[in-house]
Write a protein that binds this ligand. Sequence first.
Ligand SMILES: [Ca+2]
Ligand SMILES: [Ca+2]
Ligand SMILES: [Ca+2]
Ligand SMILES: [Ca+2]
Length: 503
Amino acid sequence: MMNTGHLPTPNTSARSLSTVSVKDRLSQNNRKDFFTFTLTSRSSFNASLKGIHRKANVDLLLRDASGQVMVASKNKGNLPEKIRRVLSAGSYTLQTTLKGKNKTRYQLTASSQLTPSNSPVIGTAPRPNGAIDLAGNSLGTARSIVLSSVPNSFSDVVSSVDPDDYYVFTVGDTNHPSAKINLSFTKTGQDTGATINLRDQLGNVIKAESLYSSDGGTNFSKTVAAGTYYLQINSDRTTPTPYNLSLATTLIPDTAGNTFGNARSLSLTSAPTAITEFVGAGDQQDFYRITVDGTGAPTERFAVELKGINGNLIENAVRVALRDGLGNLITSESVYSGSGGAAINKNIAAGTYFLEVNTIYESSDGTDYTLNVSSTPVPDLAGNTRPTARFLTPSATPLTVNDFVGIGDGDDYYKVTLFSNQTLNVTLSGAGGEVTTASLVYGLQDALGNSIGGTSGFAAAGGGATFSKALTGSLGGTDYYFRVSPSSSFSEGTNYGVTVAIV
Ligand SMILES: [Ca+2]
Ligand SMILES: [Ca+2]
Ligand SMILES: [Ca+2]
Ligand SMILES: [Ca+2]
């Protein structure tokens, strides 16, 4: 059963508001009421529905003469419903619809006010000055528009009689989890204000700009996750605000997966590889997989530099982390908005590693970034056993050689052969004028690997060691071995120098 009632025609002969009010009820057997009314001239029309039982829910719809729904107000629960529209002369129907099971009484109030001829009118009929109100006054009646990389322009008017224009659009797609919305808004008429709200799919405002009378317009960009968004242009000023709106979107691909399993593989060389990527809205993490096969050298000097793109600074805070093949953190660096960047330098052994870039604040737009990644083999010239020791020939003139021990290379052995009794001077130092960056242990051994007293010790990072030792030689040659190792198996290691001389 449906009730069909007639709302008295609102008085449109004057500009003053004329209000009519009816009370009715809805229940399971009577889920819809209809009220028709006629406007004799174009009018600003207001309807509100109140007094809904606290456990009930009623929606309010406005239909044109053909029955087409023009506006729907569908608030949750017993929240009041409101419809505000400029309507052309003609017949209309207000419909109340019960949602859910609980019956209720309600009060429907409607009013209309004659609209000045320069106000926008609903529908597609052009106004005398050519403007059209194509954009509805709520999320549900938003004008659906399509955004592309080329700006699309829309012209409309908002004012006290048509205070809201809503637009709805989608950005991004399965290959583009993020997108930039580029907006340009220009007021084309008199000095009035307007507010621009960008809303997410749930209607939450994610970006807002208020324009005062003196503002001619505004431009902004907002990076968002792929999805549906609403743009609301609002003004409740009596003087209409005509405007031009220009919207475009820039799609942002993601070439670096969001999990260890989907990591992008990098093959590194000593020359830096440059990668340009983005993390932020819609794409909070980028993972890269690095495989070091160890064929060139037991150790690689891994270097990553994270910067803004094209010389720009980092827009929003991000972190870059180096992880081992199991995902355990090795080291990380955080960079904040306005920073030039950060770098990680690390000695690594053969194996699989992950490089992760992620946003620090998930609510931020995110940032474009460039990674410069390289991996340089660190050769091992001094074998890890006595049989593979590096052979040195000491003389009265000191002989210095440089090498590295640490990650991937736990031992360096040097061999000297004496043909007569001689005093050997050994100095452990930094390499090439640099200091050591990790502590070392050292010592002299005989041909069987036995330690020789007074030749071993600990050299702290930044320091060195030196000793002289009288050794026995023979005509057939007597071999001695000098061993250098990092003081801890967890040490990243260091470059160092060894100097030998006969004194
Ligand atoms: Ca990305
Ligand atoms: Ca990603
Ligand atoms: Ca070495
Ligand atoms: Ca070695």
